[in-house]
Design a protein around this ligand. Structure first.
Ligand SMILES: Cc1cc2nc3c(=O)[nH]c(=O)nc-3n(C[C@H](O)[C@H](O)[C@H](O)COP(=O)(O)OP(=O)(O)OC[C@H]3O[C@@H](n4cnc5c(N)ncnc54)[C@H](O)[C@@H]3O)c2cc1C
Length: 465
């Protein structure tokens, strides 16, 4: 391990944003120090994307074994053995973690383990040593947050950090927050056999998603026996003999073994020397311009620490952007509307671009098509329900072709994998007619993208409105 010294770039935080920046900067021949107090890979690899998706996969296996008779296959579902689920989950994480450490070593990134602190606009101190850099990148990420007056005890009132390590299936859970994390845990626990109720302040689950997608998700969740209280604030929680009692703003009381608090994540920036060194911040988030430059010319910031969508691939993209800028490339700002978003529940919800409501707010006239999965052969084979909604600019003149595709919103099993095509359509400014000309393989779920664009271009195939 290096002990102090000078680098081209010193990166504080080895999560998605920090390590992506390190890997790309190394490709430019930069000497990079990556400072990490825990494990490289950060939240996504150890407490986020990967472990949750492993649980969701186990949940899918549980559902498949329960429902196999539907397909004429006789199995019996005997139960969930959480310690074995956790060992599968940990196996996945360990393997990817090892791979990442190898990749960083292969690119000759110096990884320094320890609690770092910004000491000046060009240096970070760790373990009593000082690492100076021509440039410093802040990438200290985020942690779960709570609500005023709501104490997280890590035992009955927990966050996703504890939920991922829980070695039993709770009999019942109240999930506070119907965003991506809350919805994914609700889906897992229901598949594992728990009674689940989600409490959400907004009038729909997944408040950032298109209303149409949320309605389909809510319908399927209701059928799966997942309860939810929408448009309802949390009021208080008290302990009972068997768990917790949650009181809502509408006076309702919900008893459960656990309360999962999934009300968002706050930046890790306190006490790290940012403000003292002149880095402008807003509510703990580091302020940046569209190229991730902070108010201090020698300091950039990326990932959950800045107020952009809290997604691993956003962190990757910002880390790469900073590395390329420092490598002398002509970089362009990220179009955050063009970032694909997926909630990996059953059913999955995936989107890119803007919603119908956002189009209305921005004064854009749009046309839209809702293609139900019931018309798609592969989806019927999988016995999944849902829809593909595509929004495009309204034709400039009556009878004309719609303009740019502005939003693609999908719901159904496995649709997350389809949104990669959606992001090409959105980010390459395609129009429905461009996509209608492309051939989608049959029978696949990708045909829902083709069919929706065919319909928007005025030449529907298997579609009747
Ligand atoms: C339950 C859950 C599920 C998620 N699922 C998804 C998903 O499916 N897809 C997706 O795209 N995103 C998902 N996310 C979000 C994703 O994990 C984050 O957006 C991403 O990890 C942010 O990367 P980051 O580098 O900004 O921060 P982090 O990953 O939080 O990394 C920051 C790193 O900095 C280190 N650090 C902090 N302070 C210091 C210090 N003083 N000194 C040294 N090191 C320090 C930390 O130890 C950490 O390793 C999920 C998050 C959660 C919680």
């Amino acid at each position: 391990m290096a002990e102090g010294g000078h680098y081209d770039i010193v990166i504080l935080g080895g999560g998605s944003g920090g390590y992506a920046c390190a890997l790309r900067a190394a490709e430019f021949g930069k000497r990079v120090a990556l400072i990490e107090k825990d494990k490289v890979g950060g939240t996504c690899l150890h407490r986020g994307c990967i472990p949750t998706k492993a649980l969701l996969h186990a949940a899918e296996v549980a559902d498949s074994s329960r429902e196999s008779e539907k397909f004429g296959v006789r199995t019996s579902f005997e139960g969930i053995e959480m310690p074995s689920v956790l060992s599968y989950q940990q196996g996945v994480v360990e393997r990817l973690w090892k791979g990442l450490q190898g990749t960083l070593a292969g690119r000759k990134v110096d990884v320094i383990y320890g609690d770092g602190r910004l000491a000046s606009p060009t240096s970070v101190t760790v373990n009593g040593e000082t690492y100076t850099g021509d440039h410093v990148v802040l990438a200290t990420g985020s942690v779960p947050r709570s609500l005023p007056g709501l104490t997280l005890d890590g035992n009955r009132v927990i966050t996703s950090d504890e939920a991922l390590r829980l070695d039993r299936v709770p009999s019942s859970v109240v999930v506070l927050g119907g965003g991506v994390i809350g919805v994914e845990f609700a889906s897992v626990w229901r598949s594992f056999g728990a009674e689940v109720t989600i409490v959400e302040m907004a009038p729909q689950l997944l408040p950032l998603e298109d209303e149409g997608s949320a309605k389909v998700l809510q319908r399927v969740f209701r059928r799966r026996g997942i309860g939810f209280e929408l448009g309802t604030p949390f009021q208080s929680v008290s302990y009972t003999d068997s768990g917790v009692q949650v009181t809502l703003g509408n006076g309702k009381q919900l008893d459960a073994e656990l309360l999962l608090v999934a009300v968002g994540r706050g930046p890790v920036s306190e006490g790290l020397g940012y403000e003292e060194n002149g880095v402008a911040m807003t509510r703990g988030f580091v302020d940046v311009d569209p190229l991730c430059r902070t108010s201090v010319p020698t300091i950039s910031a990326v990932g959950d620490l800045i107020n952009t969508p809290q997604l691993a691939h956003v962190g990757f993209a910002e880390g790469i952007l900073v590395a390329e800028r420092l490598g002398g490339l002509d970089v362009k700002p990220i179009d955050y509307d063009g970032v694909p978003r997926i909630t990996y529940s059953d059913p999955e919800v995936a989107s890119v671009g803007i919603t119908a409501a956002q189009a209305a707010d921005r004064g854009i006239n749009v046309v839209e098509v809702n293609y139900p999965l019931g018309g798609n052969g592969k989806s019927v084979i999988l016995q999944t329900q849902g829809q593909a909604k595509v929004i495009a600019e309204a034709p400039a003149a009556p009878g004309g072709q719609p303009g740019r595709v502005l939003g693609i919103h999908l719901v159904g099993s496995r649709v997350g994998e389809l949104i990669a095509e959606g992001q090409l359509i959105y980010n390459w400014d395609a129009e429905p007619d461009d996509v209608a000309a492309l051939i989608h393989p049959h029978p696949t779920q990708s045909e829902i993208i083709g069919e929706a664009h065919l319909a928007l271009a005025g030449k529907p195939l298997h579609f009747h409105a």
